[in-house]
Design a protein around this ligand. Structure first.
Ligand SMILES: *[C@@H]1O[C@H](CO)[C@@H](O)[C@H](O)[C@H]1NC(C)=O
Ligand SMILES: *[C@@H]1O[C@H](CO)[C@@H](O)[C@H](O)[C@H]1NC(C)=O
Ligand SMILES: *[C@@H]1O[C@H](CO)[C@@H](O)[C@H](O)[C@H]1NC(C)=O
Ligand SMILES: *[C@@H]1O[C@H](CO)[C@@H](O)[C@H](O)[C@H]1NC(C)=O
Length: 436
C-alpha cells in the first residue's frame, strides 16, 4: 500500500473513515428528515420585470467597464437552490489547468489523465428557478474592497480553489501570503478590485489537535474557538465555513476543564459521545464568538456563509480500482439526503439559524447557508478517484490504487457551489440597495 498521499485523509484514516461510516450509518436509527427550509430571508419583493424571469436564456452582460448597478441584471428572489436536477450542458467550464495555476495537485483530474470528460458538462437546474453561470466580474465588483476568508478543512480549500480559478479568468490575483504545512494558510489579492481571499486551515473551527500516526484520536476543545483564524476576524468582511469530515474520526471532547466524552475510542474509559453533539457545540462556539467579537464594530457588517456537508461516494474499498466508478450524475429522486449526511446537514442548518436570531439583536450580521448537500450527493462522477495521482494506470491496470471519492475535480461540480454563492451575494446586494 502506498503512503504519503497529499490528500488530507492519510491511508489509515480513509480505511478508518470508511469503516466508521458504515458503522455510523448502520447504527443510526433511520431518521425521516423533515427538510424544512426555515432559513429563508425576509421577503423583499422585487418589482423589476427581470425577477419574473424563469427560463434559462440569460446572457452574461458583465464587462470590465459596466458598473454592476447599470447591468441588465437578473436576480430571482426566494429561490431554493438546494433542490433540483443536474441537466446536460454544452458549455465548457470557465477554466482548466492551463488557465489556473492555483489548484491543489490532487484535484487536477484532467492533467492527471482522467479519460472521460462528460462530468464537466452538467449544469444544476434548481426546481424553481434558473441558476446563472458564474460571472467573475460581477463577483469581484460585488465584493470589492472586501476580504473573504475560507475557513475549515480541505473541502473549504476545494471550494476556494474553484472560486480562484473562475475569478482568475478575468483578474489574476497575487499570492501575498503562504504558510503552514501544505500551504494551509494562504492569501491572495486582486489589486484591481481591492479584494482579498484567504484560506485558513481549521478542520474543527474550535481548537483541536489532529489525529496523526502517533495520536490515535483527535482532541477537541469545544468551548474555545480556534485562534488560528479567529485572531484575524477583525480584518475579515465575509467568512465561508466548511467542515464535517474530520468530525467522523475518533475524538476526545473537552469542555472547560473536563472531558465530556469520546467518539469511537475503544480502550479509553470515557463516556461515549455522538460526534453530532460535538459538531453542534463546535459550530455554536464558532458562531457565538463571531457575534461576540464583531457586534461592537458598527462601522461595517459581517457576512457568514456555511457550506453544508458534502457526502463521499466510496462504493468499495478506497484502495481498489473502481472505488467511485460512476461517470454520470444521479437523477433527482434517485438518491435522498438521509442518515448521517442528513443529520450533519441538519445540525449545521439549525446552528446557523440560531446564530441568525442571536446576531439580529446586535450588530450588522448576515448569515446564510450554502446548502449543497443534495447537489453533491447527486454527483458520484465528480471526484478524482484514482486521478488524485498522475496517470495511475500508466503501467497497466492495478488491483491496488489510491482513490479520492471525497474531494472534487477542478473544474467540476464544486464550481456550482460558487455559482450559488454568487447568487446569494447578489441577493444581499439587492436587499441593501432596496433599503437605501
Ligand atoms: C435567447 O434570446 C435570444 C435573444 O433574445 C434569441 O435570439 C435566442 O433564440 C434565445 N435562445 C433560446 C435558446 O431561447
Ligand atoms: C484550456 O482553456 C483555454 C482557454 O479557454 C483553451 O484555449 C485550451 O484549449 C484549454 N485546454 C484544454 C486542455 O482544454
Ligand atoms: C481595501 O480593502 C480592505 C479590506 O480588505 C479595506 O479595509 C480597505 O478600506 C479597502 N481600501 C479602499 C481604498 O477601499
Ligand atoms: C471507568 O470509569 C468508571 C467511572 O469513572 C470506573 O468506575 C471504572 O472502574 C473505570 N473502568 C476502567 C476499566 O478503568
Amino acid at each position: 500500500m502506498k503512503t504519503g498521499t497529499s490528500n488530507f485523509f492519510n491511508d489509515q484514516t480513509v480505511v478508518l473513515t470508511t469503516k466508521l461510516l458504515r458503522w455510523t450509518i448502520c447504527s443510526l436509527v433511520p431518521i425521516a428528515l423533515v427538510l424544512i427550509y426555515f432559513y429563508h430571508l425576509p421577503i423583499l419583493p422585487l418589482s423589476s420585470p427581470e425577477s419574473d424571469f424563469t427560463h434559462s436564456n440569460i446572457t452574461d452582460h458583465s464587462s470590465p467597464s459596466s458598473s454592476y448597478a447599470e447591468k441588465n441584471f437578473f436576480y430571482q428572489n426566494q429561490c431554493d437552490y438546494s433542490k433540483g436536477d443536474w441537466i446536460k450542458d454544452t458549455s465548457s467550464p470557465l477554466y482548466n489547468d492551463t488557465t489556473c495555476g492555483m489548484m491543489k495537485e490532487g484535484r487536477n483530474c484532467i492533467k492527471h489523465g482522467r479519460p472521460d470528460s462528460d462530468y464537466l458538462y452538467w449544469r444544476w437546474k434548481p426546481s424553481e428557478c434558473y441558476l446563472p453561470r458564474f460571472e467573475p466580474h460581477t463577483f469581484l465588483q460585488l465584493i470589492s474592497n472586501k476580504h473573504i476568508a475560507f475557513v475549515g478543512d480541505s473541502m473549504a480549500r476545494n471550494q476556494l480553489e474553484s472560486l480562484l480559478c473562475m475569478l482568475a479568468t478575468v483578474s489574476v490575483p497575487n499570492l501575498v501570503y503562504q504558510n503552514g504545512d501544505d500551504n494551509k494558510f494562504s492569501k491572495w489579492y486582486f489589486s484591481s478590485y481591492n479584494v482579498s481571499v484567504s484560506l485558513y486551515w481549521s478542520p474543527f473551527l474550535v481548537q483541536g489537535i489532529e489525529k496523526s500516526s502517533t495520536r490515535p484520536n483527535n482532541e477537541l476543545y469545544l468551548d474555545l474557538v480556534d485562534e488560528k483564524w479567529a485572531k484575524d476576524m477583525d480584518q475579515m468582511d465575509m467568512i465561508v465555513l466548511s467542515v464535517g469530515h474530520w468530525f467522523l474520526l475518533p475524538a476526545v471532547y473537552h469542555e472547560g476543564d473536563s472531558i465530556l466524552g469520546c467518539h469511537y475510542c475503544p480502550g479509553l474509559n470515557y463516556t461515549d459521545m455522538e460526534f453530532y453533539d460535538a459538531l453542534r457545540k463546535a459550530l455554536r462556539t464558532t458562531l457565538h464568538s463571531i457575534i461576540d467579537r464583531r457586534e461592537n464594530d458598527k462601522s461595517k457588517g459581517f457576512d457568514v456563509f456555511l457550506t453544508t456537508f458534502t457526502p463521499h461516494h466510496f462504493e468499495g474499498d478506497w484502495d481498489k480500482a473502481g472505488a467511485c466508478p460512476k461517470t454520470k450524475p444521479y437523477r433527482n429522486g434517485e438518491k435522498e439526503v438521509e442518515g448521517m449526511n442528513g443529520e450533519i446537514r441538519k445540525v449545521e442548518i439549525e446552528e446557523v439559524v440560531a446564530a441568525k436570531v442571536k446576531g439580529s439583536e446586535n450588530g450588522r450580521f448576515r448569515f446564510e447557508i450554502l446548502d449543497v448537500t443534495e447537489l453533491a450527493l447527486l454527483r458520484p462522477d465528480g471526484h478524482p478517484g484514482p486521478y488524485m495521482n498522475p496517470f495511475p494506470f500508466f503501467d497497466g491496470a492495478h488491483e491496488h490504487v489510491q482513490n479520492d471519492c471525497v474531494h472534487w475535480c477542478l473544474p467540476g461540480p464544486i464550481d456550482t457551489w460558487n455559482d450559488i454563492f454568487l447568487e446569494m451575494i447578489k441577493k444581499w446586494w439587492e436587499e441593501t440597495r432596496s433599503e437605501d
